[in-house]
Write a protein that binds this ligand. Structure first.
Ligand code: SAM
Ligand code: DTB
Ligand code: SF4
Length: 333
């Protein structure tokens, strides 16, 4: 989509925008389903990059302590628990600039992916930069989606990160797509960008070929000690507007209401679902930051009459959770 169209769509009266987004959503998605994705930081902190929003950068003094790559068995335990709690997607994040074939850490991650992919969930990883060879190996190991966000507009990106470029991000995304992985790519609101920057980011995303399979929309969680640690929280209406325009611009993508939900009211989240969000990170923790409690999310989903995306049918029977999560079984509501 062209910037001018996105601009026109975004700046409609709020209810007109919601109505348009809802119509697009209903045309492409049935069943009022919300996908539950569990995040796990398999390698936390100590990152060489200087992304101004990130508590995991080694350049800033934050509350995050650097840890080493998790052991495979520990990751598997968390992945099994995620599945038992109803997640259909397991996303593993590592605080790295990137990965290289022939290194021990890459071999270790590939080994982890192979095992996690036997559990029947979508397997997403976010490991930083990839070349074509790394992408091919990850795909072969069982990665279904690669998360690599462009985060903001090409123009604003250098104000946020200096250790890699916007084009570096695009090149990794190209490698992931060429290897046949789905791409999960979105951004963060609240980095000091303008509405124009947000729409320019969306212009880039909507011109990907193929389109991203999912688009995470994060609201900055200001992290103490980072350059953006004192930024103000994103306004809920502008977040919902962005979700709506994303739904219209990339109708077939899962739009994931991502970081920052702890700061959103239930009503604001309901508006975001109405506007086209159909995926969330589920579980009490994101990578290092807090997320709403799982039982609160299930209660909200139930209250709105939404349903959770059901596990895939090819999951080995002895591995499936005995029942999909519902308010009755999983929350104290
Ligand atoms: N190192 C990898 C990379 O940069 O692609 C993967 C991990 S990185 C933490 C994944 C994404 O999390 C970032 O691109 C950003 O969109 C999001 N993120 C990180 N810190 C955040 C924060 N404080 N608030 C909101 N989103 C954040
Ligand atoms: C994405 O867009 N958001 C997730 C996931 N992809 C990897 C990460 C959010 C991180 C929030 C801050 C933290 O937990 O440190
Ligand atoms: Fe490192 Fe990713 Fe954080 Fe940037 S966003 S500092 S690359 S972990």
């Amino acid at each position: 989509m062209k910037y001018a169209d996105l601009h026109r769509i975004y700046h409609q009266p709020f209810f007109d925008l919601l109505k348009q987004a809802r119509a697009v959503h209903e045309e492409h998605w049935t069943g009022n389903e919300v996908q539950l994705c569990t995040l796990l930081s398999i390698k936390t902190g100590g990152c060489s990059e200087d992304c101004g929003y990130c508590a995991q950068s080694a350049r800033y003094t934050t509350s995050v302590q650097a840890e080493k790559l998790m052991e495979k068995e520990d990751v598997m335990e968390r992945a099994r628990a995620a599945r038992a709690n109803g997640s259909t997607r397991f996303c593993m994040g590592a605080a790295w600039k990137g990965v290289r074939v022939g290194t021990q850490k890459f071999d270790q991650v590939v080994d982890i992916v192979k095992d996690v992919s036997t559990l029947g969930m979508e397997v997403c990883v976010t490991l930083g930069q990839l070349g074509s060879e790394e992408a091919r190996i990850l795909k072969e190991a069982g990665v279904t989606a690669y998360n690599h966000n462009i985060d903001t507009s090409p123009e604003h990106y250098p104000n946020i990160v200096s250790t890699h470029t916007f084009d570096d991000r695009l090149s990794t995304i190209r490698h992931a797509q060429d290897a046949g992985m789905s791409v999960c790519c979105g951004g963060i609101l609240g980095l000091g960008e303008t509405i124009e920057d947000r729409l320019k980011m969306l212009e880039v995303l909507s011109n990907f070929n193929p389109h991203p399979e999912s688009v995470p929309i994060n609201a900055l969680m200001p992290m103490k000690g980072t350059p953006l640690g004192e930024n103000v929280q994103v306004d809920a209406f502008s977040l919902v507007r962005m979700i709506a325009v994303t739904r219209i611009a990339i109708p077939g993508a899962k739009v994931r209401l991502s970081a920052g939900r702890t700061n959103l009211s239930r009503e604001a989240q309901a508006l975001a679902f109405f506007a086209g969000a159909n995926s969330i990170f589920y579980g009490d923790k994101l990578l290092t930051a807090a997320n709403p409690r799982a039982n609160e999310d299930l209660a909200l989903i139930q209250e709105l009459g939404l349903s959770v995306q059901q596990p895939f049918s090819d999951v080995p029977e002895n591995e499936v959770a005995s029942s999909a999560p519902s308010c009755a079984t999983a929350c104290a509501h």
